[in-house]
Design a protein around this ligand. Sequence first.
Ligand code: ATP
Ligand code: MG
Length: 233
Amino acid sequence: MARRKKQTKNMSKMRQLIAKLSPKSTVAEQYRTVRTNLQFAAVDETLQAVLVTSASPEEGKSMTAANLAIVYAQQGKKVLLVDADMRKPTMHYTFQLENLQGLSNVLVGDTMVAQAIQASGEENLDVITCGPVPPNPSELLASKRMQELMNDLRQSYDVIIVDSPPVLAVTDAQILSNVCDGTVLVVRSKQTEIEAGQKAIEALRSVNARVLGTILNGRDKKDKNYYYYYYHK
Ligand SMILES: Nc1ncnc2c1ncn2[C@@H]1O[C@H](COP(=O)(O)OP(=O)(O)OP(=O)(O)O)[C@@H](O)[C@H]1O
Ligand SMILES: [Mg+2]
């Protein structure tokens, strides 16, 4: 029962993209601040592919990834959002797209990349949805084909935002961090335990991920800024 409720929520209008619907809102402004800070964090280095993850479930990874992709696209960058959360994919709901052909199909060699890329409805923003959920996500994400795919996509897009499962649950995010240039960790206000956040950062660093910083999601409304960005040096 609870599970069904949650699923409906994921599929419903609750998955609103604030950066799209209210570009002038404070929250959209905070996403733009995150975008700017990422650009500063990557001065002198390439930051084309950005992995968005968090320590645990439901901390706002997917919403952050989608909104970040939108504010990059609004800046005129050619952006691709990749749903690499093959455990709980959501981007097809968020952007109301088909999910018949997506990342999983490309990785098993069923589908050409071009067929898996869909227009999001937002100018400059394309999406690769997850595709059918495979039994072996980690294996697929660690494959040579995934590396080749990312290299191909880098030729066509200015920015690639990759959504992923939680770091402490499965190895997927660690694997994905190695095909991305940097990783941001979403931390949910009053939800993420400090210890879990630290463990997630350690887990990412143990595989040489470049952890760019954390995004604090869901800070109380009465505070002016919902979304903060911190550096980890
Ligand atoms: N700041 C926020 N305020 C209110 N609701 C939020 C906020 N951030 C996320 N949510 C809601 O919380 C739920 C989880 O968000 P989201 O799907 O982005 O998290 P996730 O980390 O990707 O979860 P999962 O681990 O299941 O992939 C969604 O229903 C989303 O609309
Ligand atoms: Mg998610």
